[in-house]
Design a binder for this molecule. Structure first.
Ligand SMILES: [Fe+2]
Length: 326
């Protein structure tokens, strides 16, 4: 499917729904990166993302050698034990989720994922200037499994609409920005989206259980500081993080929402890359195999439309702060 087939759908979708914004090729720099993006254009692209749009690049800006593509596409066929996403932790230069049968290939996987992760960070810096030096480079992943019909426990299902929240990596209100690349040479990767968080939350957040106000009493503050100093599990999780995890789960559990909400279907062609705030855009991956992904945690303070952030929407609903103090 071409962008010209996708794009007209976007015009039908009013505020509160995700639109697809096809970014014209601005190639010129290394790896097909934009050679010069003006600060004004970077700011406009940030605004589109923060309104809940998906930025689509019909040709990925990231370089993969033919040998690396071949390697990634054929591993599944040579190992019956190839079950999970393969994750890469940039801060530790370490892989997780690699099947034991592929241990001999760990170096090759790590090298490919490291390149993708670093390229994506450079790309975001060049493209989205308001976010430069304002993000953390979180995990990258390679997703070799077919999404259609993939068996998972309910809260782990990718084919149910949800907004993202990481139970083990709290953001305290910082944003989850994700970069995806469809490496499948012949098939689209297919998503559904529904309304964005600013529309969903006023309707559905109370059912998930709004965050309670944090106690500001001295004893409570001291206890939190001690637990953080002890690296107690969950001690750094804010009321915002707890809520977003509950909301993620409650959307997947909500059969009425899953069946009857308005949905839009997006098809990402082979070799395309797209960027989206997945903590705001309700999304489900329903078809596709062989994708790369890099997650960035963008500082809440870097937003050009801070009032659109999930934490701002939630604090308006609650009437009190839901983040942890700095
Ligand atoms: Fe997701």
């Amino acid at each position: 499917m071409s962008a010209t087939q996708i794009q007209p759908n976007a015009d039908r979708h009013g505020s509160g729904f995700t639109r697809l914004v096809t970014v014209e090729s601005a190639a010129g720099g290394a790896d097909g990166f934009p050679s010069s993006i003006s600060p004004e254009r970077g700011r406009r692209l940030c605004e589109e993302l923060e309104r809940g749009c998906i930025l689509l690049f019909l040709r990925t800006p990231f370089a993969f050698t033919p040998e690396d593509r071949e390697f990634l596409l054929t591993q599944k066929q040579t190992s019956a034990g190839y079950h999970k996403n393969i994750a890469y932790r940039p801060a530790e230069d370490r892989l997780t989720g690699l099947d034991k049968s592929l241990a001999a290939e760990a170096g090759r996987f790590r090298s490919i994922l490291r390149n993708y992760s670093d390229s994506a960070a450079r790309f975001i810096t060049a493209l989205l200037s308001p976010y430069a030096n304002r993000f953390r480079q979180d995990l990258a992943s390679y997703r070799p499994l077919e999404e259609r019909g993939r068996a998972s426990r309910l809260h782990a299902r990718n084919d149910l609409l949800h907004v993202d929240a990481f139970p083990t990596r709290p953001t305290n209100g910082d944003r989850i920005l994700r970069v995806f690349t469809n490496l499948n040479p012949t098939r689209n990767r297919v998503w559904l989206t529904s309304e964005t968080f600013d529309v969903l939350a006023p309707r559905l957040a109370r059912a998930a259980g709004l965050p309670r106000p944090r106690s500001n009493r001295a004893a409570a503050r001291t206890l939190r500081a001690v637990l953080r100093a002890l690296h107690w599990p969950g001690a750094t999780r804010s009321p915002y993080d707890d809520f977003m995890h509950r909301f993620h789960n409650s959307l997947k559990e909500d059969r009425e929402f899953q069946l009857n909400c308005a949905k839009h279907r997006w098809e990402f062609p082979p070799d395309s890359t797209w960027i989206v705030y997945t903590d705001m855009v309700s999304h489900a991956a329903i078809e596709g195999q062989f994708a790369m992904e890099q997650t960035f945690l963008v500082s809440r303070s870097a937003m050009v439309l801070p009032e659109k952030s999930p934490i701002a929407i939630l604090e308006t609903l609650c009437g009190y702060p839901v983040s942890n103090p700095a």
